[in-house]
Design a protein around this ligand. Structure first.
Ligand code: NAD
Length: 501
């Protein structure tokens, strides 16, 4: 590659992804040769890119002259032979192994020996695509996200035989177009699709256990845990027909790793056409594309019994919150009192029994994210309805949102966040990516406000360990076994970002 001029880029496949990739490279000053097996598809893509640039001018994001120069750098070509001058060719054709292998094998004959073949595959192994290609060391994964101009993340994925220096070269190339490169090893789901498992699998698990409804789980994830979207809003947005095959494929590719075990619900929902926004109904209903949320349940307006707060994680904040709300507290679990507990990783039933509290008067309040946002309260199977309503009313004072759920070891937010952090730690442990890249990629690729490593640090690795260990003990399910990365850093009292020495 010449240092003086920008590398000449080839883009093959002019569908959803190819057109976005071609656009960002011409905008960044690269000459782009552009091809599709279908001439109408290629023409439509060139028109689309022209329209995008015109829109950017209208929005004052670029000048007319810049848009004109960018479009002049886009060269639609009708044969692969025209790619001879390219330094890097990025394929975004159909997601199937043989066509990608055949395309790269043909290009290997046409391009210079030092030209790079990059694949935008989202689910195939880069190593497999490269295997039959003459010069597999020049094949690399460049995984863009949809829509390419807006999603600023690109995963750089070296195959097992990729030339080591290609990673640095591709990192520079991606930096140069204003996107953020992260490096991931050639492994199922690469980085983002792997790290994204936690939110979906645990959300579906909570639903399957009857702990809460989809909208309750989403409310807690947004308004207590601070996520932009809950798992069911995201599944509806992506479409279950797209998400479910990814769940299945990652589970199978990791040889049925229990952490990724999909729920039995999605295939039935796909069969029923409950795909999400695109079919007007998924976990939510949609009216002209607008989500219809169930009406919030009003807090009951009732006289409150005295409340006893059990000492433990979060008890001080809970006590102060109740005092501020004018609730009468008592110093012992007197016979008429509502008994509040705040367990980590435990359910209300086992905690009440361990503490020798009357389970018919016990209600649990989730302490993990504090009480500033939405509050989650959870009953035992025998909690009396008036005690549940009293807890709801007491916690709702001051206009706070309250979600009342059924018994669950780790409520909703604890389970979701511990699972997400645990999977991120396992990605770091397996050296698939660095902890910093895991956080960067989940923020840019999944829209997380905070990456799972920093979030785990803020909540405390030891608390995440407590939640997972208790969950594993309560359920007997190995999906909750803590990653060694987490276990060691929690034991040492150091940050989850701490690399291996
Ligand atoms: N759509 C996404 O959100 C997304 C995200 C990341 C990666 N990807 C990956 O990007 C690739 C393309 O996906 P897409 O959504 O843009 O697909 P698409 O169906 O929108 O476009 C594919 C294009 O490739 C063309 N094509 C197919 N075979 C060809 C061949 N042999 N030679 C030349 N052109 C050929 C088709 O005519 C079509 O225009 C896939 O590997 C996919 O997994 C997709």
């Amino acid at each position: 590659m010449s240092a003086a001029t920008k590398p000449v880029i080839g883009v093959i496949g002019a569908g959803t992804m190819g057109r976005g990739i071609a656009q960002v490279f011409v905008q960044a000053g690269h000459r782009v040769l552009f091809h599709d097996a279908s001439t109408p598809a290629l023409e439509a893509a060139c028109t689309f890119i022209g329209d995008m640039l015109t829109r950017a001018v209208a929005k004052d994001r670029m000048t007319q002259a810049e848009a004109g120069a960018a479009i002049a750098r886009l060269e639609p070509v009708d044969s692969l032979d025209s790619f001879a001058p390219c330094d890097v060719v990025i394929e975004a054709i159909v997601e199937a192994l043989e066509p990608k292998q055949a395309l790269f094998t043909k290009l290997a004959d046409i391009l210079r020996n030092d030209a790079i073949l990059a694949t935008n595959t989202s689910s195939l192994a880069v190593t497999r695509i490269a295997a039959p290609v003459p010069g597999p060391e020049r094949v690399v994964g460049l995984h863009f996200f949809n829509p390419v101009p807006l999603m600023k993340l690109v995963e750089v994925i070296p195959g097992l035989r990729t030339r080591p220096d290609l990673v640095a070269e591709m990192t520079t190339l991606i930096d140069g177009i204003g996107h953020t490169p992260v490096t991931a090893t050639d492994s199922p789901g690469f980085l983002v699709n792997h790290a994204g498992r936690g939110l979906y699998t645990e959300g579906l698990r909570l639903l399957q256990e009857g702990v809460a409804t989809p909208h309750q789980i989403d409310d807690v994830m947004r308004e207590a845990a601070g996520f932009r979207m809950g798992p069911f809003e995201l599944l509806d947005l992506t479409g279950l027909d797209v998400s479910f095959p990814v769940m299945q494929s990652i589970y199978e590719q990791f040889w049925q790793e229990p952490r990724f075990r999909p729920s039995p619900m999605p295939p039935l929902r796909v069969a029923a056409g409950l795909l999400g926004r695109k079919t007007g109904e998924g976990f939510y209903r949609y009216d002209a594309g607008k989500i219809i949320r169930p009406a919030p349940v009003e807090a009951p307006d009732i006289d409150l019994p005295p409340v006893y707060v059990t000492p433990g994680d979060g008890a001080a904040e809970l006590t102060q919150t109740l005092l501020d709300a004018g609730v009468t507290l008592c110093n012992s679990p007197s016979p008429e009192a509502l008994l509040l507990i705040s367990p980590l990783g435990r359910d209300a039933t086992s905690t009440a029994l361990d503490l020798d509290l009357d389970p018919t008067r016990t209600v649990a309040v989730d302490p993990l994210f504090g009480l500033a946002g939405r509050r989650t309260v959870m009953t035992t199977p025998v909690t009396r309805p008036e005690m549940r309503e009293a807890a709801f009313a007491a916690l709702a004072r001051g206009g706070k949102g309250v979600t009342v759920i059924h018994d669950s070891p780790g409520f909703v937010a604890q389970r979701m966040v511990a699972t997400i952090t645990n999977i991120a730690c396992e990605i770091a442990q397996a050296r698939i990516a660095t902890p910093e890249d895991i956080d960067r990629a989940t923020m840019l690729g999944l829209g997380y406000r905070i990456g799972p490593m920093v979030l785990g640090d803020r909540l405390g690795p030891a608390r995440i360990m407590t939640i997972l260990t208790a969950l594993q003990e309560a359920t007997g399910d190995p999906r909750y076994r803590p990653s060694l990365w987490l276990k060691r850093r929690a034991a040492l009292g150091v940050s989850l970002l701490t690399p291996e020495g």
